[in-house]
Ligand binder design. Structure first.
Ligand code: FES
Length: 75
């Protein structure tokens, strides 16, 4: 029962918010990285916005690096 409930909750899960100012999720950052964004300054426009407070930049860099590492490992 619990597994089914959790499954239903996460089925439509859009991701964790990384940027509160612009409501950008980790999924969006990963997608931007897959599309070629290599730094946060390239993620914001890819998501149709601009940097506000910049607090999310460190987490974005981590996610971009993580995505790049996954791509490199797959090659
Ligand atoms: S949290 Fe991303 S710009 Fe403020």
């Amino acid at each position: 029962m619990l597994a089914r409930t959790v499954s239903n909750v996460f089925r439509g899960w859009a991701g964790m918010y990384v940027c509160i100012c612009n409501r950008i999720t980790d999924q969006q950052v990963r997608a931007a990285a897959l599309s070629g964004a290599s730094r946060p300054a390239e993620v914001y426009p890819a998501c149709g916005c601009a940097a506000q407070c910049g607090t999310c930049a460190i987490t974005m860099r981590h996610l971009i690096y993580e995505q790049a590492s996954r791509i490199a490992a797959a090659d």
